[in-house]
Design a protein around this ligand. Structure first.
Ligand code: GLU
Length: 555
């Protein structure tokens, strides 16, 4: 009998040890992904807050804000400014976004009073191997084994998106908009703090790229960087942007991807066939009659944020909202995302049902009863968000990304190629043997969390533009500010500076110890480096806010 009890006791101990160990590994994994770049408080001498009655620009870097301002001052509109800002970000913030990556543009056309979006998300090569992110034994590759090198590179959509947006709406000539960026690439720029920080920390970049533009930069941070390759690329693009999709640049991209393994079959015809069109934005009316618009799938951002706000709105009727409620709602919404959302040209997604309040409330109470914890995936922290209002009161909200910091690390013709295909689920089949919606398929776009939103007041007048980088955490960052503003009576200035939080796969991460006192939950404090950019309109005046955690400015 004694022996039996002893055995049982040993078994229980073993069981507890395994659970504890798994949780620690999981927490460590997520934390790694959450904290690729520490926050930077460098001030370019420009404000993080500004107001204006005519035009306003918020970007992640002052070189980009400045170029955007010049374009608007020359008589350009938000479409012109978007081209100049994005191409400048690709130069001065190359670790986050650029023509080697993908972009979602949400646009409010003030003449037609309509909201559109351009889906410049990367596409998987047509002949991709669906097991590309699996090891020979069928288990998942480690994130950086998958991300670094050629296998994670999707067909870049950013250039196609900004070109289409400009040809639909631009006023200034394409060539004239690109000129100041060519100038900056040739005259050089001082490496911004976040670029220096990223160069300092990256473990892969300098092994893959020999004789590299960024060699020695961190030893000489005051010296200017001259990206002549990028200026050559821009000169070609300013004559004919198709050179990127079916000319010498397309050839260089496929060659580079081929050189750095692995079984990625990115071909010249994948690039040639990439094309996008303007689409109606996805808009939802909240019970308060506030309207939220943003990109549709393959971004989950608009859908998930609306799900969060609808549940908050419902709960708020019966009780005060507490942080623990918000965290549970986020966790539930991430679960729905995982289960139901993917590129809807490949899988059926019932958005109406997924955003229906009865469905959400029923699902949320079941979730709460089960308190299930789900396996974590990557939360990355690169990407860039910017927003512009022009003197015609058109608005643009843009989130742009090469995914991980420096993307695939492959550098070609002066820019980095993305690793966006790692946003697919690495496995195709669930534990219960059903197909995973966001699995790798040829010609499909990986599910995104990017959330460039434009929000309207109950009179259907422009109220706010908002977005952030942060991978899956974007949904939490943007939701937090909107909850603060719409439901907790916080000003935007206070909210943007308040600590971030996220609950995903049952695990809670907080930016600040102060939040711990509000919670009776196991949680981990870590840096959650959002890069929120907001423009809000109040009494005929625009107010811009840039996140203090990154290098952004308002002009
Ligand atoms: N790849 C992410 C997405 O599209 C963005 C990466 C980031 O924000 O760091 O959801």
């Amino acid at each position: 009998m004694k022996k039996k009890i002893k055995n049982l006791f040993t078994l229980i101990l073993l069981f507890l040890f395994i659970i504890l160990k798994n949780n620690l590994v999981l927490a460590d994994q997520i934390e790694n992904y959450i904290e690729p770049e520490k926050q930077s408080n460098f001030d370019y001498g420009k404000s993080k807050r500004r107001s204006s009655e005519t035009q306003i620009i918020v970007t992640a870097n002052d070189y980009a804000s400045e170029v955007g301002e010049k374009i608007l001052d020359k008589g350009g509109n938000v479409a012109d400014a978007t081209v100049a800002i994005q191409l400048t970000l690709g130069l001065v913030e190359p670790q986050s976004s650029g023509i080697g990556g993908g972009t979602f543009i949400t646009y409010y056309d003030n003449t037609k009073k309509k909201v559109f979006f351009y889906d410049g998300r990367e596409k998987a090569p047509q002949n991709i191997n669906q097991n590309i992110f699996l090891k020979n034994d069928g288990s998942k590759k480690k994130f950086f084994d998958a991300a670094v090198g050629g296998q994670s590179v999707g067909v870049p959509g950013t250039l196609e998106a900004i070109f289409k947006f400009h040809s639909d709406y631009g006023i200034l000539k394409w060539k004239d908009i690109i000129e100041p960026v060519i100038d900056l690439a040739e005259k050089g720029f001082h490496p911004p703090p976040r670029l220096l920080n990223a160069l300092n920390k990256d473990k892969f970049l300098f092994n893959i790229n020999k004789n590299f533009l960024f060699n020695g930069v961190t030893n000489n941070p005051k010296k200017k960087i001259f990206n002549h390759e990028y200026s050559k690329t821009l000169k070609k693009i300013s004559k004919d942007y198709r050179v990127f999709y079916e000319g010498s640049i397309a050839r260089n991209i496929t060659k580079k991807v081929g050189e750095y393994k692995n079984n990625n079959s990115l071909s010249e015809s994948d690039l040639k066939n990439f094309s996008i069109k303007k689409k109606d934005a996805l808009c939802f009316l909240l019970p308060s009659k506030v309207k939220i618009c943003g990109p549709n799938l393959p971004s989950s951002g608009t859908i998930c944020i609306v799900q969060v706000l609808k549940i908050i709105d419902y709960i708020k009727k019966n009780k005060e909202i507490e942080l623990s409620d918000i965290l549970d709602i986020l966790d539930f919404v991430y679960y729905l995302r995982e289960q139901f959302l993917a590129d809807d040209t490949f899988v059926r997604v019932n958005i109406e049902k997924l955003t229906n309040i009865d469905f959400l409330i029923e699902g949320f109470s079941k979730y709460k009863a089960k308190k299930k914890s789900f396996l974590a995936e990557e939360i990355l922290n690169s990407t860039s968000h910017f927003s512009v209002v022009d003197k015609f009161n058109n608005v643009v909200s843009v989130t742009s990304s090469i995914e991980s910091t420096f993307g695939s690390r492959l550098f070609v013709n002066g820019f980095f190629l993305n690793n966006q295909l790692t946003d697919f689920s690495f496995k195709s089949i669930n534990k219960n043997k059903s197909l995973i919606k966001n699995r790798v398929q040829g010609g499909k776009k990986p599910l995104s969390s990017m959330s460039p939103l434009i929000i309207f007041d109950p009179d259907n007048k422009f109220l706010m533009s908002i977005g952030s980088p942060g991978g899956k955490a974007i949904i939490s960052y943007v939701s937090r500010v909107l909850i603060d503003y719409f439901y907790l009576n916080k000003t935007l200035a206070t909210s943007i500076k308040s600590p971030n939080y996220i609950k995903i796969n049952g695990l809670v991460f907080l930016e600040d110890n102060s939040l711990k006192t509000e919670l009776n939950l196991k949680s981990k404090v870590t840096s959650l480096t959002s890069g929120i950019a907001i423009i809000v309109k109040k009494k005929e005046k625009f107010y811009g806010f840039a996140d203090h955690r990154r290098d952004g400015t308002v002009r």
